[in-house]
Design a protein around this ligand. Structure first.
Ligand SMILES: NC(=O)c1ccc[n+]([C@@H]2O[C@H](COP(=O)([O-])OP(=O)(O)OC[C@H]3O[C@@H](n4cnc5c(N)ncnc54)[C@H](O)[C@@H]3O)[C@@H](O)[C@H]2O)c1
Length: 260
């Protein structure tokens, strides 16, 4: 059963929306009546998303922008603000798994990729979204961290560091805007079957073999389940929630070392 949200007349900027969790969330917002300004890598994937959103009868634009590029991110936000006049909701979701290896096997380029996409990318969203929402009287922002943003995991040290950083950004910016009617929260998903999870562990099978023993609910989540959390945090149902990182992981975090 899925809860029905009503985002009619709301405008959402969704960054990292071409595949996986971002794509599922774009479809969920569209299904709830929101207009979308989507960004991410993959012009063809963006085109495909636009086609899939059409039946919902909402407005959707797509721009391929690399979140590491501050100038391009500024232009993306200016375009989105101009297109819709007001952005009510932002979902900063772009991320990469990077190289899965012990820390001594990582190069500068591995570190830079993870920190630049997963952390600088969120910074490059927040810095343009906050002043716009403040000027328009409010909004809601959701950033994608990870279960690996609240725990460590051998062979993903820099990925974990980038995701812990997202929670630092989220909680601090939430405090900066708490009196401006802007809420800022993070999601911290456990394992979700997406291209990123397959990339992190080499293949779908190897992802399953690695993570399933750590999930008390005994399954890997579907991106649509994560989308429901994003919609909740973006909705008025979450009107007193800010600065939080909400773990959504089938019980893995609370099970702790018992599962390892
Ligand atoms: N899949 C999981 O198990 C899991 C768990 C926890 C957190 N996450 C996080 O969820 C988010 C979405 O990941 P996903 O699992 O849906 O994977 P995904 O690979 O399907 O999606 C990643 C999205 O980020 C975009 N992206 C990647 N690099 C980019 C760049 N340089 N500039 C702009 N966009 C870029 C991609 O185009 C895509 O839209 C990521 O931040 C990821 O770290 C995923």
């Amino acid at each position: 059963m899925q809860v029905k949200y009503d985002f009619s007349g709301k405008n959402v900027i969704l960054i990292g929306g071409t595949t996986g969790i971002g794509r599922a969330t774009a479809l969920a917002f569209a299904g709830a009546g929101a207009n979308l300004y989507v960004s991410g890598l993959g012009a063809d994937l963006g085109k495909g998303l636009k086609e899939d959103v059409k039946p919902f009868g909402v407005e959707i634009e797509f721009e391929e922008v690399d979140v590491r590029d501050g100038k391009a991110m500024k232009a993306l936000h200016e375009n989105a603000f101009a297109r819709f006049g007001r952005i009510d909701i932002a979902f900063n979701n772009a991320g990469v798994p990077g190289k899965t290896a012990p820390v001594h096997e990582l190069e500068d380029a591995d570190y830079d990729l993870l920190m630049d996409v997963n952390l600088r990318g969120i910074f490059n969203g927040l810095r343009y979204q906050v002043p716009h929402m403040a000027a328009k009287g409010g909004g809601a922002i959701v950033n994608t961290s990870s279960l690996f943003g609240v725990m460590g995991f051998a062979t993903t040290a820099v990925y974990c560091a980038s995701k812990w950083g997202v929670i630092g950004l989220t909680s601090s910016v939430a405090l900066e805007v708490a009196r401006k009617n802007i809420r800022v929260n993070a999601i911290a998903p456990g394992s979700v079957m997406t291209p990123l999870l397959r990339g992190m562990f080499g293949s779908e099978q190897s992802a399953r073999d690695t993570v399933l023993p750590m999930i008390p609910m005994g399954r890997i989540s579907d991106p649509s389940e994560i989308a429901q959390l994003v919609l909740f945090l973006a909705s008025d149902a979450a009107s007193f929630i800010t600065g939080q990182a909400v773990v959504i992981d089938g019980g893995g975090f609370v099970a702790g070392a018992d599962q390892l």
